[in-house]
Design a protein around this ligand. Structure first.
Ligand SMILES: CC(C)(COP(=O)(O)OP(=O)(O)OC[C@H]1O[C@@H](n2cnc3c(N)ncnc32)[C@H](O)[C@@H]1OP(=O)(O)O)[C@@H](O)C(=O)NCCC(=O)NCCS
Length: 171
């Protein structure tokens, strides 16, 4: 009897925050962190579905603490939920200030990544195997966020203000 192959659902990526990543106040620039989050989400999703993936959306990037140059940041990624062609990657970022022996939770966020073919068209992703109670809970929570994103998208359409004549605002 052949065993079901283990799915690659998690990824840990650790990066040192170097001086070139800092902003004017000497803390790490938010945009640098966003790029690293996207890189981690891409790698986790691509490894999971074994195809190229693109970023569809990200939500709830909450910066809980400022990040210092010299800190080690670990991006802990997990495939929480899969739809037909999309995946929700949950990312928890933990910081480490080695000399001071300080560890902190810096950021939490959710990325939606879509698996695409060579023409950039969405393709189906493998069904997620749920092997524990925690994985089942993460899946259910991801499913709810998936529905919430759809709802927000629809609500936002109704809030849309046409800026075709935007130049008139400044007259
Ligand atoms: C991703 C892309 C290929 C999807 O194509 P599309 O024609 O919109 O395809 P769909 O409408 O079927 O959406 C694909 C998936 O995204 C999901 N989706 C659509 N809008 C979404 C949103 N606002 N947030 C999260 N997921 C969303 C859909 O539910 C679908 O998932 P499912 O198959 O699991 O249900 C296309 O939108 C694209 O190329 N976007 C640009 C991607 C990119 O360049 N990213 C980098 C940004 S710099």
């Amino acid at each position: 009897m052949s065993e079901t192959p283990q799915q690659e659902k998690t990824l840990f990526m650790t990066r040192l925050m170097t001086p070139d990543m800092s902003n004017f106040s000497g803390k790490v620039h938010g945009g640098t962190i966003l790029k690293l989050l996207d890189e981690a989400a891409f790698t986790c999703a691509s490894r999971y579905c074994k195809t190229y993936v693109v970023t569809k959306s990200l939500d709830q990037v909450v910066f809980k603490k400022p990040i210092e140059v010299g800190d080690l940041m670990t991006f802990k990624c997990n495939i929480n939920y899969v739809g037909k062609t999309s995946m929700e990657v949950g990312i928890r970022v933990e910081g480490e200030r080695i000399k001071e022996k300080i560890e902190y939770h810096a950021i939490s966020s959710y990325f939606t990544m879509v698996s695409v073919d060579d023409e950039g068209k969405p393709i189906e992703v493998p069904r997620l195997q749920l092997n524990s109670e925690v994985e089942k809970k993460l899946f259910e929570a991801g499913k709810m966020r998936f529905a919430m994103r759809k709802e927000i998208q629809e609500r936002n359409k109704k809030l849309h203000v046409s800026l075709d004549n935007w130049i008139n605002i400044w007259k």
